[in-house]
Design a protein around this ligand. Sequence first.
Ligand code: 13P
Ligand code: 13P
Ligand code: MG
Ligand code: MG
Length: 365
Amino acid sequence: MKVTLSVIKADIGGYVGHSASHPQIKDHARSILENAKKGKKIFDYEVLSCGDDLNLVLTHGRGEDSEEIHALAWRTFEECTEKARELKLYGVGQDLLSDTFSGNIKGLGPGFVEIEFEERESEPVIIFMADKTSPGAWNYTVYKIFADPFNTIGLVIDPSMHNGFYFDVLDVFEDKIVTFKTPEELYDMLVFVGTTEHYCVKDVRKEEGGEVVAASTTQKLNIMAGRYVGKDDPVLIVRAQHGFPAVGEILEPFTMPHLVEGWMRGSHRGPLMPVSFEHATPSRFDGPPRVIAAGFQLANGKLIGPRDHFDDPAFDEARKKANLVADYMRAHGPFEPHRLPLDEMEYTTLPEVKKRLEGRFKAVK
Ligand code: 13P
Ligand code: 13P
Ligand code: MG
Ligand code: MG
């Protein structure tokens, strides 16, 4: 049976500040999606949040880029925005850049990632959702899962993974995709994916142009809008087991809380901390950036789950390390590399300050 798994997400208002999504908003989203399920528009749904981002997980039989599914998500966000307005939540409608829906959610502000596939005999899927960071945050993760034998022993000892994977890498600024085959082209690929603000791994496949094993949201909200509209907090879907990486291999990269862009005002670098659903609520300096891992087994399109994979003492040391790194990075205050370079900051007073001080810059004799 063919299933499409769509995760569509938006920040439609924060509770309190940018720290969480309000329970009433999530309940409202659930009631809309429950009706859609009863009306057979979708097979199943789950509503989750990471920080102030509302994530709609949908399974259906309508394929990728379905107008009906995108319209359903858009209507859900619009109605939830109305609720957020009533509660006077913070940054109401932050990610909704348009007043009208015209067939596809692309370019309208929400992030989305969709994979259509033939549901396997057993179909375990992990959905990572992050807050206070941006799509390039997954480059390290995806590289570790699909190309690093020190992370994924399956690359060495599972005959069905031994040939490696194909990575489709998006140039976010040029809107172009290049495909790399690993392990053969690993070093070439790392030249690009190590530059996380410019190149993002969009998806991973076993055969070139073939079935998608992992896929991520790659929207750059700030570029789309040409003005500050919040960091485009990203989602990553990874299918697991039976020729794909095992669940434990997929979770393993998060034992290292790598530095990502985002955090306070979308203008800093900080460690990505793996947390339980309960702790997916950025606090210190609006962070540190957080990630949750929601696991599901699909059963004829039904979402069996979620399992809260980071609600586990095995990730305590990673959290501890993330807090130590947070202390160290915070001690730099407004200095790089904690604060991002000027051209990457989302809030920037540079043009104003430069203009005001224009006459005071004198040529060096
Ligand atoms: P099982 O033999 O329990 O399926 O485990 C295999 C595996 O992939 C462990 O990560
Ligand atoms: P969000 O992108 O999660 O809304 O955060 C914005 C921000 O400015 C946090 O300090
Ligand atoms: Mg926000
Ligand atoms: Mg957010």
